[in-house]
Design a protein around this ligand. Structure first.
Ligand code: MG
Length: 206
C-alpha cells in the first residue's frame, strides 16, 4: 500500500503559502508507516516547532492500473474519506530552500491521519464539501469543485509513473486555512453527505 499525495491543488492554498499555482500536479508520497487510524492521537514530533494540519479528501484506489485513460479514471475509486496531511512546516521550508525532497517534513510517523471511508454515492462526487474544526471552531472549509486537478486528472497523471494498486490512498490536496497545532489541540474532520454533515475523523495532538 502506498500513500500518494497531491500538493497545491487549491489555488487559494497555493497563494497563502506563496507558492505558484502548478501547471501539473505536485506529487509526493508518504510511507505506510505514516498512517494514523482509529482516531489515535498524534504525539507532537520533537524535530519541529511548527506542526501544521492540512485537511484533505482521500480516495481509496479500487483497482489496479497503470496509464489509466481519462474515460476510465472514475472507476478507480468508489469510497472517499478525509485525512490530515500533517506537515512540519519549518522543516519543509528548509527543504524547499535547499532544493531537497521534503519527505522528512511530510512523511514522518503519524503524518497521514485517515478517517472512516464512505461510499461515493453518499456524497455529491463532483463537489464534496468538507471542513476541519480545531477545538470546536471551523478552521478549514473546502469544496472539491475548487480543485485545480480533479480526482480523475490525478489518477490519470500519477498512474503514468506509479502503478495504482487496490488499497492505495490518494490525498488530494488541502484548501486554504492551514495552520499550526499545539499540544492539547483536538482536530475533527467533517464531510457533507447528501443528507447530513458526518464526522469522519478525530485526532488529538499530545
Ligand atoms: Mg497536503
Amino acid at each position: 500500500m502506498k500513500i500518494i499525495c497531491i500538493g497545491r491543488n487549491y489555488a487559494e492554498h497555493a497563494k497563502e503559502l506563496n507558492n505558484p499555482v502548478p501547471s501539473r500536479p505536485v506529487v509526493f508520497m508518504k510511507p505506510p508507516s505514516a498512517l494514523l487510524v482509529n482516531n489515535k492521537p498524534l504525539y507532537y514530533p520533537e524535530f519541529t516547532s511548527d506542526l501544521h494540519y492540512e485537511l484533505e479528501v482521500v480516495l481509496k484506489v479500487a483497482k489496479n492500473g497503470r496509464h489509466v485513460q481519462p474515460e476510465f479514471a472514475s472507476a478507480y475509486y468508489k469510497e472517499v474519506s478525509l485525512g490530515i496531511d500533517f506537515t512540519a512546516r519549518d522543516l519543509q521550508q528548509e527543504c524547499k530552500e535547499k532544493g531537497q525532497p521534503w519527505e522528512i517534513a511530510k512523511g514522518f510517523d503519524g503524518s497521514a491521519v485517515l478517517g472512516k471511508f464512505i461510499a461515493l454515492d453518499k456524497v455529491n462526487r463532483s463537489a464534496i464539501e468538507f471542513e476541519l474544526k480545531k477545538n470546536g471552531a471551523v478552521v478549514q472549509h473546502g469544496n472539491t469543485k475548487d480543485m485545480i486537478f480533479s480526482f480523475e486528472d490525478i489518477i490519470v497523471y500519477v498512474s503514468q509513473f506509479f502503478k495504482l494498486q487496490m488499497g492505495d490512498l490518494i490525498f488530494t490536496g488541502t484548501p486554504a486555512g492551514v495552520g499550526p497545532v499545539q499540544v492539547g489541540d483536538k482536530l475533527e474532520g467533517f464531510i457533507h453527505t447528501k443528507t447530513e454533515i458526518r464526522q469522519l475523523l478525530s485526532c488529538e495532538v499530545k
